[in-house]
Design a protein around this ligand. Sequence first.
Ligand code: AMP
Length: 202
Amino acid sequence: MIVSAVPIQDETSVMRIILLGQPGCGKGTQAQRLVAAYHIPKLITGDMLRGAVEEGSALGKMADTYMRRGELLPDDIILSLMRERLSAPDCRRGYILDGFPRTIAQANGLDALMAAEGVPLDHVLLFEVPDAESRKRLRTRRTVEHRLDDIDDTVLHRLDVYRRATLPLVKFYEERSLVRRIPATGSMDEVHRHICSVIDGS
Ligand code: AMP
């Protein structure tokens, strides 16, 4: 088995990845770097919803109330959003999912969508970071991005929602041997290299 720190996927490779981890674990930063390394799109539900809020669409108005409280939107709304996005031509060669699925119902919905397309899931990368570190990162992000849901009370609630609703996905995907644990406390470069070696070494 060859383990490389440099991406060895080429323009023709196909890969479907889920990034899993609590708020502030650095998924978003790494998703961006994986796009550049593997030439597949990142589908970030939080960004899609923030876009809808900015547009002032019906979805955006609804999303705004949930997001300000740090609550998850209903599964059926998220699944119909993702059903449409995943059927776009740019997803044919794969994708990086960040922020989806976030519940077992969403994971089952994703399974159904992928089964209908006849495509497999390749990796679930679980970003591991201590609570104190992710809260520190979210405080920094708040000063840069001014996200309304990065205020302290909402952050605590989002961490709680993550534990209750999203953490069960680890077991869900571990049962299929898809989970790869990524220590996410190092520098951005170190974490990126680690992820590439996990992807390319499998
Ligand atoms: P994020 O940027 O991933 O932290 O997401 C910000 C907010 O968007 C979350 O706190 C939820 O309100 C909403 N959201 C994003 N993704 C999902 C999802 N898969 N299911 C439900 N709500 C979501």
